[in-house]
Write a protein that binds this ligand. Structure first.
Ligand code: ADP
Length: 601
């Protein structure tokens, strides 16, 4: 029994196509029915002629089975089955088994339908037309020469033949339909399982991606803290040493740590964008200072390489815009930095222009053109993809992560703008960013040079911007070196600085003394910055004095910046704390009568 089952299973096994399996089933059904008929006819004694014809057909079907499974040509087998049953078996049976007055018309229909099931492509139509011609011929012959058709013995035999024919056809088609719907059902189940598996895999991938983003953000946060210390301490060396050797070493440390910091910032930004946590925070800003700062920042680097940085801008550009200034600066700096990095000689043009959109909206147009090495046609398509670096062989000596342009593009996308590039290898590149911005003041910027203020810079050129000897602030951080840095950075401002290494200590000190500002680190063991802030703001003292509390954060995970303002912090400073930003923050929040501004021109 098992053997028989295995024999049939072989012809409908899973690795065969549905059509192949169908042809096999029909051939097997055909062979079995023919053998049954041969025995049946043998017992009721239908002449030898029928026996030979049936035997011939059994052989033809067996041969088709061979063609389908050994030669693996199910279509040819289907054709043999269709032609032999339609054009040989059926005409013969028509004349031998009672013609129109028997179940023959039903059998003819069955043979005709077989063709549609087991033949593929255009031959189906050819055989169908052939069938119609055959039916007409057969019925015409019977009509004109009724004697040529061997009639059934009597009317009873005709009825029996009908019943037998109809039952057999229902059985055959029933089996075929069941088989097909089983295959369909199985496929559907398989598809559903695959879909479930895909959803599971997607979830796993999402989880892995999230874990990666969190890991990247954590790592870069962890790395920023020691860089903070390096940059801060090095800044003090640059300020306080007059030995040329030491200044040279410290200068190198400054360059290297700034590069490291910008890499870490890129990774942090990238992971924020990837996890959908990058937010665009629109604020009012002055376009003039943005252009100035970006220009002067890169002008020095360009000069250092013997390049000329040319600024071209439209004097009618509006002065005050509403947008995310920090991110626009990042975009401009990325484009200018790349132009300087990938240009060995010639000129870099930094162009700022605009197109008026609506009454209070413009498309800010930033174009950076260089005469550098350019990008090849093959590589230009993937230039905005993350981690893609064009011409890696030649550019290996140039520092970069391949993240700058990906971040730039994604930031521009987030702002609803667009970026495009045109480049020719060996001639130069042109990057054009279009960023929609809201206009706050239509006053034209005019001549930006007039308002130009050189950056205070670092190193020996440092000059404090104010002094406030009567001011007193409290700095809170669990890492001592960070507190030292703040103290050192503010040394020349003469501000009195108290330090606390924990939230608890900070609360005690806050209660016992008067402070004009509290600088409060977020990430601290035991009581973190937010908790300390909560307790501090509940004190009677705070309720009376409303001391500005500024968050110190090396943490840019999950749009933390906004979180601080939402909690009630007056402002926040991102580590590594820069001297200039720290001073600006103090000028902004110290009582005006305590601050004496210094003229640094
Ligand atoms: P990277 O950190 O490598 O500079 P970016 O994403 O900023 O990463 O740039 C990706 C690649 O695009 C660079 O590695 C460089 O090959 C190419 N590229 C970018 N800007 C320019 C340019 N102005 N001139 C020539 N090639 C450029």
């Amino acid at each position: 029994m098992k053997r028989i089952k295995n024999f049939f299973a072989y012809f409908i096994r899973e690795d065969l196509s549905t059509h192949h399996r169908l042809v096999n089933i029909m051939l097997l059904v055909g062979i079995i029915s023919l053998i049954v008929c041969i025995f049946f006819d043998f017992f009721i004694g239908t002449g030898l002629r029928t026996f030979w014809i049936m035997l011939l057909l059994v052989l033809a079907f067996a041969f088709s089975l061979y063609v389908a499974n050994v030669w693996n040509k199910p279509n040819v087998a289907g054709l043999i089955l269709a032609i032999s049953s339609n054009y040989f078996l059926m005409p013969f049976l028509f004349f031998a088994e009672g013609g129109k007055e028997s179940a023959m018309p039903v059998w003819l229909a069955l043979a005709g339908l077989f063709v549609w099931l087991c033949v593929e492509g255009w031959p189906v139509f050819v055989i169908y037309v052939g069938d119609i011609i055959l039916y007409i011929t057969l019925f015409m012959i019977e009509y004109n020469n009724p004697d040529m058709v061997q009639k059934m013995a009597d009317r009873k035999a005709e009825y029996v033949d009908y019943i037998f024919g109809i039952s057999a056809i229902i059985l055959i088609f029933g089996i075929i339909f069941k088989f097909q719907s089983r295959i369909y059902e199985k496929r559907r189940e398989e598809l559903e399982e695959k879909e479930r598996e895909l959803t599971r895999m997607n979830l796993d991938l999402e989880k892995a991606n999230e874990a990666k983003s969190i890991f990247l953000a954590r790592m870069s946060h962890e790395i920023r803290t020691p860089i903070n210390a390096i940059i801060g301490m090095n800044e003090m060396t640059l300020r306080e040493s007059s030995e040329e050797n030491i200044l040279n070493y410290a200068g190198s440390i400054e360059t290297a740590s700034n590069t490291l910091l910008s890499l870490i910032n890129d990774i942090l930004d990238f992971s924020k964008i990837e996890s959908g946590q990058m937010q665009i925070l629109p604020e009012e800003y002055e376009l003039n200072s943005l252009i100035n700062d970006c220009y002067s920042l890169l002008d020095m680097r360009a000069r250092g390489k013997g390049l000329r940085l040319k600024l071209e801008y439209n004097e009618k550009l509006p002065t005050v815009l509403l947008g995310d200034e920090v991110r626009i600066r990042q975009i401009v700096t990325n484009l200018l930095t790349n132009a300087v990095k990938y240009t060995d000689s010639g000129t870099i043009t930094f162009e700022v222009n605009y197109v008026k959109n609506e009454e209070d909206r413009i498309n800010l147009l930033i174009r950076v053109t260089d005469t550098g090495r350019g990008i090849s046609e093959e590589e230009i398509g993937g230039i905005f993809d993350s981690f893609s670096r064009a011409d890696e062989r030649h550019n290996r000596s140039i520092e970069g992560s391949g993240l700058g342009l990906a971040i730039t593009k994604q930031l521009i996308d987030l702002m609803g703008g667009s970026i495009s590039v045109r480049s020719k290898q060996g001639v130069g590149s042109e990057f054009t960013a279009v960023i929609p911005q809201k206009v706050v003041s239509q006053t034209p910027i005019g001549n930006v040079w007039k308002k130009f203020n050189a950056r205070s810079g670092t190193g020996q050129s440092y000059k404090e911007t104010f002094t406030a000897p009567d001011a007193r602030i409290l700095a809170v951080d669990d890492v001592m070196v960070n507190l030292q840095i703040i103290t050192l950075l503010l040394k020349k401002t003469e501000v009195a600085i108290d330090i606390a290494e924990s939230g608890r200590k900070a609360l005690e000190m806050y209660n016992d003394n008067h402070y004009d500002i509290v600088l409060l680190d977020h990430m601290m063991p035991e009581m973190d910055g937010i908790e300390t802030f909560d307790l501090m703001t509940k004190t009677e003292k705070y309720k009376k004095e409303h001391t500005p509390i500024i968050a110190l954060t090396a943490n840019a995970i999950q749009g933390a910046d906004k979180e601080y303002l939402a909690v009630g912090f007056a402002d926040y400073l991102t580590k590594p704390v820069q001297a200039k930003e720290l001073e600006h923050m103090l000028i902004k929040y110290l009582p005006k009568d305590l601050v004496t501004m210094k003229d640094n021109d």
